[in-house]
Design a protein around this ligand. Sequence first.
Ligand code: DLZ
Length: 157
Amino acid sequence: MSSSNNNLSFLDLGNIPSAKNLKFGIVVSKWNKQITDNLLKGCLDLLLQKGASKNDIEVIYVPGSFELVYGCKVMQDKSFNAIIAIGSVIKGETKHFDFICNSTSIGIKDLNVSGKSPVIFCVLTDDNLQQSIDRSGGKYGNKGTEAAIAAIEMSLI
Ligand code: DLZ
C-alpha cells in the first residue's frame, strides 16, 4: 500500500467538495506529538480552505493512539458530520506496535459500523520516525490533508 501511488495531497483543491456548514470533530493523540501536530495542521488547513468555519471544528486530545477509539466514541455522541482520528504509531522493539495498531484500527472500524457519524482513520503506522515525517508534511505529502478530504466526502454521503 504505497503512499507514492495515492498521494491525495497533490489533488486539485477545486475538485474537492465544499466543507461550508459542515461540522467536524478531530481527536488527536499526543504520542509522537511533533508528527500528530503536523497531521492536525494539514487537516485544519484543508478544512478551512474548503470553507469550514473554525467554530464548526472541535479538537480534543487523548494520551495515545490506543485512546483514540474512546475519544471518537465520545465525539460520536455530538452532532458532527464526520470525525477524524489522528495518531502516529512508530514501531519499537516490542509487540506494543501491533497491539496498538490492531486495536485502534479495529476499534475505529467498529465505530463506523455502529456509530451515527463516520470516523476517518488518520493514524500513521510506520517503521521509523523518518517515514512518519515523510507522511506528515514531508515528501509524501500530509496524510492529515487526505483525511480532511475523506471527512468532507464522507459527510456528504
Ligand atoms: C505505549 C505506547 C507506545 C510504546 N508507543 C506508542 C506509539 O508509537 N504511538 C502512540 O500513539 N501511542 C503509543 N503508546 C501509548 C498508547 O497508545 C497508550 O496511550 C498507552 O498504552 C496507555 O493506554
